[in-house]
Design a binder for this molecule. Structure first.
Ligand SMILES: Cc1cc2nc3c(=O)[nH]c(=O)nc-3n(C[C@H](O)[C@H](O)[C@H](O)COP(=O)(O)OP(=O)(O)OC[C@H]3O[C@@H](n4cnc5c(N)ncnc54)[C@H](O)[C@@H]3O)c2cc1C
Length: 439
């Protein structure tokens, strides 16, 4: 007899995980609070509801998201299959009829003989069943409080103030340089993008007049108490930014004038590989197109490609690098708690496809570790493992992230123009080989 498993949250990650576990013969108790208690963003009581856009993004194999979805299809992710079954025409993207999609998943789960759906809010992690937490970015307050008190005050974030992340290969280093402020630290980890007075003032002017995304009512309080978007700082005064995140002190001089730069934008390493860089202090609510347009005025970022644009919304995510092992399992054993795995946005995996993927991955690891001693390793070059590596690698400034090419292991010998294609081919091949091996 296989053990009963508890899954908290019937969103994208929890639904995928429940179906994966049940398909491997486990009895699953799936807890979903909608039906007795709503969230500020969900509209229905259906499982796997898409809260905002109805698109899983592009399908082309040359795009990071297309590659990722292709991998999930090969691995047999149930929600990918459902997405294709409820697809609506939208060019090269996987866009679905959201009601049909959620209803199809709800039907699959409620009709599954091994899954019992409980319409109930889970308020505590205490239980004797192995548990998967997939309660999402809008986890209920009581559950968030329970997580908060058990995992420690510094380890659960309640809102998101995310700055854009740039792909290193797309930074024009002729207009940027490596240096830490006051040369502190052993290695120069920051990339500095200097601005002259004219460019700085043009950027401030554009930021002041730019279109922002209106925060939802439930986001307002946290937004303004939490931290200031860059456009808000720009509105406070022409010099506010250069006395704040863009201050040029301790970063050297302009070689042409021999005087300090007027302002400097710093980029901080986002991952250990140094393929991605975060725009320090650039949390913003500006529309994505507007962000790209304004940031292209920064000479070093004229043709930048972004792994993630800036955004602000409420978000509950744990400090995965400290708390989880690379199976997405809680590292520390707590005497009152069963073994616990996490999946979905609560791990910091941002986005619909990422939620499905981590639901698949946590369930796969759970199923193996509950039935055998050795859990076969996932291929390092796959999209899924690269995302998990980002979630669990040491990272003092951990922030949620979508899957993108910068997370795949590099191929240093590849020419820049061929790098992505080669990484995509390698990811596909290793996953194909691995699937054959697992059969
Ligand atoms: C407002 C908003 C808009 C977003 N828009 C997009 C977008 O357009 N595209 C995109 O790719 N990503 C978007 N995301 C990010 C993210 O990908 C989605 O939120 C995604 O649904 C996350 O999947 P999940 O399974 O982790 O969480 P969810 O899909 O939110 O599922 C979590 C489930 O847990 C339930 N739950 C919570 N607490 C409890 C509890 N205590 N007991 C029982 N059940 C509980 C919830 O009711 C919910 O059904 C958005 C996020 C937010 C907050």
């Amino acid at each position: 007899m296989k053990r009963r498993i508890k899954v908290i949250g019937g969103g994208l990650a929890g639904s995928e995980a429940a179906l994966q576990l049940a398909s491997r013969g486990f009895s699953v108790d799936l807890y979903e609070m909608r039906g007795v208690q709503g969230t500020p963003a969900h509209q229905s009581t259906d499982l796997a509801e898409l809260v905002c856009s109805n698109s899983f993004k592009g399908l082309g194999l040359t795009s990071a998201h297309g590659l990722f979805k292709n991998e999930l299809q090969k691995l047999g992710a149930f929600l990918m299959e459902a997405a294709f079954a409820t697809r609506v025409p939208a060019g090269e993207s996987l866009t679905v009829n959201r009601q049909e999609f959620a209803q199809l998943i709800t039907k699959k789960i409620t009709e599954h003989p091994l899954i019992t759906l409980h319409r109930e809010e889970v308020t505590s992690l205490e239980d004797d069943r192995p548990t998967l937490v997939a309660s999402g970015p809008l986890s209920s307050d009581k559950l968030a409080q329970d997580l908060f008190s058990r995992l420690g005050t510094e380890k659960l974030h309640f809102f998101d103030a995310i700055a854009p992340v740039v792909e290193f290969d797309s930074i024009n280093m002729e207009h940027a340089y490596f240096r830490n402020r006051w040369d502190k630290g052993e290695s120069a980890d920051f990339i500095n993008c200097p601005l002259d007075k004219e460019t700085y003032e043009l950027i401030v002017e554009k930021l002041r007049n730019a279109d922002a995304v209106e925060p939802k009512p439930f986001e307002k309080k946290e937004l303004f108490e939490g931290c200031l978007p860059i456009e808000e700082m720009a509105r406070r005064g022409i010099d506010t930014l250069r006395f704040g995140p863009l201050r040029p002190v301790g970063l050297g001089d302009n070689p042409e004038t021999g005087r300090r730069w007027h302002a400097v934008i710093q980029l901080r390493k986002e991952n250990t590989q140094g393929t991605l860089y975060n725009m320090v202090g650039f949390q913003t609510r500006l529309r994505w197109g507007t962000q790209k347009e304004i940031f292209s005025l920064i000479p070093a970022l004229k043709n930048a490609e972004y792994a993630r644009m800036g955004a602000m919304h409420r978000n509950t995510f744990i400090d995965s690098p400290n708390l989880l092992d690379n199976h997405l399992k809680l590292k520390q054993k707590h005497p009152d708690l069963p073994p616990i795995w996490f999946a979905g946005q609560i791990t910091g995996a941002e986005g619909y496809t990422e939620a499905v993927a981590t639901g698949y991955y946590a369930a796969w690891n759970m199923a193996h570790s509950l039935t055998r001693k050795d859990v076969p390793a996932f291929p390092e070059e796959s999209c899924l493992k690269s995302l998990v590596n980002h979630l669990t690698a040491p990272n003092a400034d951990f922030q949620p992230m979508n899957f993108n090419y910068g997370l795949l292991p590099r191929i240093p010998e590849a020419r820049k123009s061929q790098r992505k294609e080669m990484m995509a081919q390698r990811a596909q091949k290793t996953v194909d080989d691995w699937i054959c091996e697992m059969r």
